[in-house]
Write a protein that binds this ligand. Structure first.
Ligand SMILES: NC(=O)c1ccc[n+]([C@@H]2O[C@H](COP(=O)([O-])OP(=O)(O)OC[C@H]3O[C@@H](n4cnc5c(N)ncnc54)[C@H](O)[C@@H]3O)[C@@H](O)[C@H]2O)c1
Length: 305
């Protein structure tokens, strides 16, 4: 089976590629290396340095005849989407439509799309279910929600199967500091360099941290399940406060962590966790990595850099 992974040189994409190669799939990557790194690319994959918005995408699809597409390439920065909505829309919406067009013109069996908890916006009842109201507070969340709607209409009009995975805050080896959910990589790097960490608010705000290996498994499972066209949260369903996150990293590092508290940031969500009941049932997936184990792996890999 031949799979195209867009964004396969990035943080999550490179782990997805590793998983597929381990499972003996033939993997092709397209990535423009805007935030991805050459060194993340699995040498057993075929790599094309290409923009998802380019015309060459269709030519590549026609030559390679992919069975499946896992689409991760995106503009992932919430603040950038608020500064330049058109840039975010161009990559996330137009880029995705270009990929969808190539899928339907070349008979791809299924596309797996990386979406986000940002599609929900501010919610008061936890854990958030997939059926919750969608009210994104950033253009990034809006562009991802728009793509989800494109996928659903492509299924209706052209019969292209999809799986939509809405990730909570992903963390793990190879994570950069810039994108969504980068708080663990930022704290890890600061703590390993004996620098103080900056916390917005009193640190009691919570997030749902999911390990990247579990996210890679969810993408893999999305190719295997018989019944497609589902939307699944990919999460632990566990709330962890920023203060306890720092306690854990401090313990793993064996260092005294100096903390600076600043004003709460406007627009930051106070509490977050996503229900993973649908992924457990429909994807036959569950998270395996505990936070302590995952943080330990992450700390020891990122602190070497
Ligand atoms: N990291 C998280 O916590 C998180 C949470 C929810 C959703 N997501 C989604 O998961 C996906 C992967 O995110 P990530 O954290 O690995 O980010 P990342 O920045 O590490 O990966 C994105 C990859 O896409 C590539 N890319 C960007 N624009 C491109 C373009 N126009 N053409 C070709 N390649 C392009 C980048 O070079 C990079 O390799 C994204 O779709 C993101 O929205 C991430």
């Amino acid at each position: 089976m031949k799979v195209l992974v867009t964004g396969g040189a990035g943080f999550i994409g490179s782990h997805v590629v590793d998983k597929l190669i381990q499972e003996k799939y033939q993997v092709v990557i397209i990535d423009n290396l805007s935030t991805g790194l050459q060194e993340n690319i699995n040498p057993s994959a075929t790599f094309f340095q290409l923009d998802i918005r380019s015309e060459e995408v269709l030519t590549l699809f026609m030559c390679e005849k992919f069975d499946f597409v896992i689409h991760l390439a995106a503009q992932t920065m919430v603040h950038k989407s608020l500064e330049t909505p058109s840039y975010d829309c161009d990559i996330n919406v137009m880029g995705t439509v270009n990929i969808l067009e190539a899928c339907r013109k070349t008979g791809v069996k299924r596309i797996v799309f990386s979406s986000t908890a940002a599609v929900y916006g501010n919610v008061t009842t936890l854990p958030v279910m997939e059926t919750n109201q969608k009210a994104p507070t950033s253009f990034y969340g809006l562009s991802k929600l728009t793509c989800e709607n494109y996928l659903s209409l492509y299924k209706e009009v052209y019969g292209l199967d999809y799986m939509i995975l809405r990730y909570a805050n992903v963390y793990g080896e190879r994570q950069g500091d810039g994108g969504e959910g980068g708080v663990i990589s930022i704290f890890t790097r600061k703590i390993s360099q004996d620098q103080s960490v900056l916390i917005f608010g009193d640190g009691s705000q919570t997030r749902d941290f999911i390990y990247v290996g579990d996210v890679a498994n969810a993408n893999y499972q999305s190719l295997l399940v018989g019944s497609a066209n589902k939307i699944c949260n990919i999460s632990t369903q566990i709330e962890t406060s920023v203060n306890s996150l720092i306690d854990h990293i401090g313990m793993i590092s064996g260092k005294m962590v100096s903390r600076n508290y600043n004003e709460k940031r406007e627009g930051d969500i106070y509490k977050s966790s996503l229900s993973n009941a649908i992924a457990r049932k429909d994807l036959d997936w569950q998270p395996h990595m505990t936070l302590i184990e995952g943080l330990d792996k992450t700390y020891h890999s990122l602190s070497k850099l």
